[in-house]
Ligand binder design. Structure first.
Ligand code: PXL
Length: 264
């Protein structure tokens, strides 16, 4: 029987009990954008939109088994990494992915929107040295870019410089996300691919929760890459998608959630 064939995308990230960020946001994004989502869990987190109560990392051995399970039968055309938590887990992921032919989006997740630490201090070096060089795209938000470069980024022109600097330092294309810049009513993101700058801009949406926005953006880029779009097209389409899911966000109890499927 003839069946349509879906691209396969993989997220390697942490789980969020509240369903707003992490693996849960990634899988909903993959489903909404028409790709089959596989998931490899680096950590379980006990959290809600307001706080992270506890983090329980996967063992290195179990992480490797999860990766093997996916790649043996369901080789993905694009992969994203989110919360990786420790140097050991990063090392395992980098070793596993280094000889694979696929698109890799690295979201250098460090701190949750609610302020909890999602990456241990001594893991930053492993992330920079082992994983960034494998990336087809690095997607730091403002705080992450400032931390990685160790200098302030105050406006759009400095954001553009930051994307180039990160490219030079780590050798991978960079999408520097300026959503938290104070000098603009637009949410501006700047892509530097080593030879060309592309600017993506959308009006900033006030007054709704942004928990899970970063996860959703990087998984949307991954979904479009797995569907065969170019890097620039993937970022452009993902930006449109993220803007829409924030604009259409819904109430859940006393919180908000992104509206991944555009319902209601
Ligand atoms: O948005 C970063 C992020 C990534 N992964 C997990 C998270 C969060 C933010 O809360 O919980 C599991």
């Amino acid at each position: 029987m003839d069946r349509i064939s879906l691209p396969i995308a993989l997220t390697i990230a942490g789980a969020d009990t509240g369903g707003g960020a992490g693996i849960q946001a990634d899988l909903k994004t993959f489903a909404a954008l028409g790709v089959h989502g596989c998931s490899v869990l680096t950590c379980m987190t006990a959290q809600n939109p307001a706080e992270v109560l506890a983090v329980m990392p996967s063992s290195v051995d179990f992480l490797r088994h999860q990766l093997q399970a996916v790649f043996r039968e369901l080789p993905p055309s694009a992969v994203k990494t989110g919360m990786l938590y420790s140097a050991d887990l990063i090392h395992t992921v980098a070793e596993f992915l280094k000889d694979k032919s696929l698109k890799l989006v690295v979201d250098p997740v460090m701190i949750s929107t609610s302020g909890a630490k999602l990456l241990q201090d001594d893991a930053v070096q492993a992330l920079c040295r082992e994983l960034f060089p494998l990336a087809s795209l690095l997607t730091p938000n403002l705080d992450e870019a400032v931390y990685l470069l160790d200098h302030p980024i105050r406006n759009r022109s400095e954001l553009s410089d930051a994307a180039r600097e990160l490219y030079q330092r780590f050798g991978c294309p960079v999408l520097a996300k300026g959503g938290h810049l104070r000098d603009s009513v637009q949410a501006v993101d700047i892509l530097w691919d080593g030879s060309r700058e592309s600017v993506f801009s959308k009006p900033f949406i006030n007054g709704v929760s942004t928990h899970g926005t970063g996860c959703t953006f990087s998984s949307a880029i991954t979904a479009f890459l797995s569907r065969g779009l170019s890097l620039e097209e993937s970022v452009g389409q993902a930006k449109e998608y993220v803007n829409r899911v924030i604009a259409d966000s819904v109430r859940i109890g006393s919180h908000y959630a992104l509206n991944w499927f555009g319902q209601h």
